[in-house]
Design a protein around this ligand. Structure first.
Ligand SMILES: Cc1cc2nc3c(=O)[nH]c(=O)nc-3n(C[C@H](O)[C@H](O)[C@H](O)COP(=O)(O)OP(=O)(O)OC[C@H]3O[C@@H](n4cnc5c(N)ncnc54)[C@H](O)[C@@H]3O)c2cc1C
Length: 383
């Protein structure tokens, strides 16, 4: 019998396994695919890390903690996973993005500058803001390497004694009547543990079907372009990570510097394309429509990138109606903790989510404020 079973060893599950193993728990991690695969939500070379959170200032304490935890992991493993490039968030001065970034940056005294359109163009020549737009330049923002983060979390968990089983799919789980244990049935065996963590990403609606959470899984596409002109203006140092607000469709364009030089291309994507899918039905091929959609955005917001695609990959978001996470004790089963619905912005928090999951498993509570993420909050909206 294990102390804890973790379902899903992606961004969040690998972090939970690591934190639980660090605290001496006997952990079994179950993953349906191989380690660090490309079929879920935690792949694609880079993820933005930022602190001036326009979504809600309540995220900042978690962001500050995750910043510390990424640094701890880097030190322990003698490597770098968080590359600080600065983050530029551009939009209308009274738009949600700029207003939200500024108020969070001011409330938490996060190091930043407010740049007008000329200053943005002079400092970052690849950017072409409209004359009336401004940008918040956040100094500590940058990018994480998601595959490396997951691999390090898995290896640290295993080193500390966690049993990690790959290519083993969980079919169902049950909590015993008295709530003293859970049993988990996979395509290979049945296991028992005192506690269960469900961190199964885009597959979570199936594993939490009884909760009827109002989740929507969407298909997203990441592109790598070869710049039409010189790569220089896209190299780190001249190009930060960025998010460019859209006046037209509410779907911002975001991107990264050329992290692997000219050969690797420049990664860009549209945030929050509403194309519904399921992990079983997602179309992994890139369509003409995908290309047209990103090329239209690039031609007005980032013309220096040209239109030549080097590669593209699909990925899934698991959206909640309010785009806040789902994190907490299962409303009906006291031995079960759930972490899902990361709504396309969870990766930067993976390590602190792992810490919170370990708190919830061990103590039933955490010192972090997570009311915003309550799995109960959708009960009134017809569920
Ligand atoms: C294109 C894209 C861009 C993004 N950009 C950013 C960004 O810039 N910054 C940011 O912070 N976040 C970003 N995100 C969001 C972030 O990457 C996700 O929120 C995060 O990776 C979710 O982690 P997860 O552990 O919930 O899911 P995953 O990493 O997908 O892990 C879930 C795991 O559970 C496994 N699993 C599921 N069902 C079972 C089962 N029955 N049995 C066994 N195993 C199972 C899956 O195989 C999978 O490995 C982005 C996401 C995408 C798709």
């Amino acid at each position: 019998m294990y102390d804890v079973i973790v379902i899903g060893l992606g961004g969040m599950g690998s972090a939970a396994a690591q934190h639980l193993a660090e605290r001496g728990r006997r952990v079994l991690g179950l993953e349906q695919f191989s380690p660090v695969h490309e079929l879920g939500s935690s792949h694609g070379a880079t993820r933005i890390y930022r602190q001036s959170y326009w979504e809600d200032p309540a995220y900042v304490p978690l962001l500050l903690r995750s910043y510390e935890l990424w640094a701890t992991l880097e030190k322990k493993m003698s490597t770098t996973v968080l590359h600080t490039t600065g983050g530029l968030f551009v939009g209308a001065p009274d738009g949600e993005l700029v207003k939200g970034c500024l108020s969070t940056a001011l409330a938490y005294r996060l190091p930043h500058d407010l740049l007008d359109a000329d200053q943005i163009r002079n400092r970052f020549p690849c950017m072409t803001p409209q004359p009336n737009e401004v940008g918040v330049l956040e100094h500590r923002a940058g990018y994480l390497e998601p595959e490396k983060c997951v691999a390090l979390q898995l290896s640290e968990a295993a080193r500390l004694g966690a049993v990690l089983s790959f290519n083993e799919k969980v079919l169902e789980w049950h909590q015993s009547e008295k709530g003293s244990c859970v049993s988990v049935k996979t395509d290979r065996a049945v296991y028992e543990a005192e506690r269960l963590v469900v961190a199964s990403g885009a597959w979570i609606p199936g594993l939490l079907a009884r909760l009827q959470l109002p989740l929507k899984v969407t298909r997203q596409v990441m592109f790598w372009f070869e710049p039409a002109g010189s790569i220089n203006m896209f190299l780190p140092g001249r190009c930060p990570v960025y998010v460019l607000e859209s006046k037209h469709d509410g779907q911002p364009l975001y991107g990264f510097p050329a992290t692997e030089g000219a050969a690797g291309g420049v990664k860009v994507a549209i945030h929050g394309i509403p194309d519904a899918c399921t992990p079983e039905t997602i179309n992994r091929e890139i369509s003409e429509n995908d290309l047209v959609r990103i090329q239209q955005k690039l031609s007005c917001s980032l013309p220096a990138l040209g239109s030549k695609v080097i590669k593209a990959k699909t990925c899934m978001y698991t959206m909640t109606p309010d785009e806040h996470f789902i994190l907490g004790l299962h409303p009906r089963f006291s031995s079960v903790v759930v972490a899902g619905g990361f709504s396309g912005h969870g990766f930067k928090f993976a390590n602190v989510i792992g810490e919170i999951l370990a708190d919830l498993v061990i103590d039933g509570a955490t010192k972090y404020k997570i009311d915003l993420f309550s799995p109960n909050r959708f009960r009134d909206v017809g569920n």
